[in-house]
Design a protein around this ligand. Structure first.
Ligand SMILES: Cc1cc2nc3c(=O)[nH]c(=O)nc-3n(C[C@H](O)[C@H](O)[C@H](O)COP(=O)(O)OP(=O)(O)OC[C@H]3O[C@@H](n4cnc5c(N)ncnc54)[C@H](O)[C@@H]3O)c2cc1C
Length: 590
């Protein structure tokens, strides 16, 4: 007999196939800048590789200087309907607009995920992962950025010096926050429109957290906020996803100095004898290999997995690893070596029928009521230990299966267990993630062929201390079921059949440790594979070579405790300023 999970997965696959057909109609084509005609041997002042979260911003800012000619090269094409409508993000996973990377099965962690691996989704289209991400906008705490300043030895990377960049990016449209004392920390004239989606359904959740000593917070981007629960800002406005493509590329479509080459994969950065980056090699949509010259700089913004792969293919990386693929070494650097990710595990509670009442689905909004809590075992800490994303699903709602099976990639029997356990009731779906992991993974070359995906060793729980801490965090979170607010809603945790943990007494440290080890995958906050301080200097320049920068999520020295994208945006905004400062107002004279 076909299970609910199998039916839902088959339905999503059918929707994806239908959307692929709709793609041919190019319904969203009018929204995006057209592709330029770029001939073999053409020259631009700057070449930006990757039109995602960071690359779109840098393209926007550099083309503000009318004397500069900018080429942005993007491996994917236009974001289609599923990437524009915020409510149907699960249909983008494992589709044509996802690079579909996975971690390697380490035979240890993530064993209750399909094939024992985490699905490391990465967007392949204009806007990159911001065109398929989950649109939450939480910057993290000043302590995160203090670590950046320490790692780089450059105070310009601390939170307070980055604050003008946060402000510059934002166009906050939430009336409550704008009327509050914390409005001073936000911008209203930037490109990125931000809203919130308060819901009465979250009230019991706030009450439960309050009982645990975790207070409701209006603004999760208040720099004084480290511990608390809030309805976060969302990168959604007027029913449209505010991807980097929507926010930063659409408005510059008509700039004559902006050139965009879509559906083209850069395969190598080219250097002269002085180790100066002079251009790139790329494969166009019709399979032609071309070279394009950069008069001033090449800027890599291909994301956490592709940027290190591209660097290594170009001779920049760990020398022994490159030599094993007969790649001549130009600069021996620990590229790919510092991969970090939040470490999440999902717990589901059922609520009594009718508790709470949720609105019908609407593709223009975030699909369910959402809160994010930041918690620490030591409540006096200036930074959180773990984050819990709380989603409330109406009874027998298949969206919960989509999130479980497609987005998180849990095995069918796990998602069926969640679904059956919640039958006839609303469910409270909580994803608790360690936000300051000590574990590290790595990105390696699979071969010297750019068409082969990189080897990604996710590395979660490679540091045993993380597993110990995660057990404590899940045990800490489990207290919620005993709050009056949850008891009033008849809440009960859904018991899963976890072969690895079934012999352990429920709710003990050992049980949660087993649960964490087997239920943890990814929450897509990956960062730091080409970190400032080791691979890059604090001006985002690749060490040991000239005229080459990296300015995407891979540049972070360490992961931040919020969502990744706000941090990526400030890196990109600052990169643009650094580049403008280097080349001055008349770059052609340099
Ligand atoms: C499923 C998911 C959910 C997320 N949810 C959130 C969230 O709720 N909030 C949040 O803040 N962050 C979220 N993130 C993270 C956020 O989207 C990323 O941190 C951010 O997009 C990273 O920006 P980037 O520029 O480093 O990479 P990307 O945005 O991934 O952009 C890289 C771009 O480079 C292109 N590219 C790659 N290789 C090449 C090549 N060789 N040649 C040419 N182009 C190339 C890609 O196609 C892509 O467009 C999420 C991410 C994912 C995957």
């Amino acid at each position: 007999m076909t299970t609910v999970v199998e039916t839902v997965v088959a339905t999503v696959r059918a929707i994806q196939a239908a959307l692929l057909v709709v793609t041919g109609l190019q319904l969203t084509g009018y929204m995006w800048p057209p592709s330029a005609t770029v001939t073999n041997g053409a020259t631009y002042d700057f070449i930006i590789v990757g039109g995602g979260g960071a690359g779109s911003i840098i393209a926007n800012r550099l083309t503000e200087e009318s004397s500069l000619n900018i080429l942005l090269i993007e491996a994917g094409g236009d974001p289609q309907l599923e990437a524009v409508l915020p409510g149907i993000f699960p249909t983008t996973v494992n589709s044509a607009v996802d690079f579909n990377f996975t971690s390697e099965n380490d035979g240890y962690s993530s064993q209750n995920l399909k094939n024992g691996v985490a699905g490391l989704t990465a967007g392949k289209m204009l806007g990159g992962s911001t065109s398929l991400g989950h649109m939450n906008y939480v910057r993290g705490v000043p302590n995160d950025y203090a670590k950046w300043a320490k790692a780089t030895g450059d105070d310009s990377w601390n939170y307070w010096n980055l604050l003008p960049y946060f402000i510059r990016t934002e166009k906050l449209e939430d009336p409550d926050i704008l009327a509050s004392d914390t409005a001073q920390f936000h911008g209203t004239n930037g490109f990125l429109r931000l809203t919130r989606q308060p819901s009465a359904d979250n009230t019991p959740i706030f009450n439960a957290y309050n009982e645990l000593g975790i207070n409701p917070v209006l603004n999760s981007n208040d720099p004084a906020f480290a511990i608390g629960i809030s309805e976060p800002m969302l990168m959604i406005a007027d029913g449209i996803r505010q991807s980097a493509a929507e926010a930063y590329l659409r408005p510059i479509a008509d700039r004559p100095n902006f050139h965009l080459l879509k559906n083209t994969q850069v395969t190598k950065v080219l250097f002269d004898d002085n180790k100066s980056a002079v251009g790139v090699e790329a494969v166009t949509s019709d399979g032609e290999t071309i070279t394009i010259n950069a008069r001033l700089e090449v800027i890599l913004t291909a994301g956490v997995f592709n940027t290190p792969q591209l660097l290594m293919l170009s001779g920049i990386g760990p020398s022994e690893h490159l030599t094993s693929f007969d790649i001549p070494v130009i600069s021996d650097l620990p590229v790919g070596q510092n991969l970090q990710d939040h470490i999440p595990a999902t717990v589901v509670h059922t609520l009594a029928p009718g508790e709470p009442v949720t609105a019908p689905p609407n593709p223009h909004v975030f699909p369910v009521p959402l809160t994010i809590a930041y918690t620490a075992l030591d409540m006096n800490q200036a930074y959180p230990d773990y984050q819990t994303i709380n989603l409330v699903f109406p009874p027998d709602n298949i969206a919960s299966v989509q999130i479980c099976s497609i987005v998180f990639g849990y095995k069918d029997e796990i998602c069926q267990g969640f679904f059956d356990g919640g039958s006839g009731k609303s469910t409270f779906f909580s994803i608790s993630s360690m936000v300051q992991p000590e574990s590290r993974g790595e990105v390696l070359l699979r071969s010297a062929n750019p068409a082969d995906p990189p080897v990604i060793k996710h590395g979660i729980y490679s540091n045993e201390n993380d597993l110990h801490k995660m057990a404590l965090y899940l045990q800490d979170f489990s207290r919620i079921v005993n709050t009056t607010a949850f008891r009033d809603m008849g809440a009960a945790m859904v018991e899963l059949d976890l072969p690895q943990c079934n012999d352990l007494e429920r709710n003990t440290y050992d049980y949660w440790k087993c649960y964490a080890l087997n239920m943890s995958g990814t929450i897509w906050a990956y960062s730091s594979t080409c970190s400032m301080g080791s691979v890059l200097d604090s001006n985002l320049r690749v060490k040991g070579v000239q005229r080459l920068r990296v300015a995407d999520a891979s540049a972070m020295p360490n992961i931040i405790s919020g969502n990744a994208n706000p941090a990526v945006m400030v890196i990109a905004e600052k990169a643009a300023d650094l580049i403008k400062a280097t080349y001055g107002p008349s770059p052609r004279s340099k």
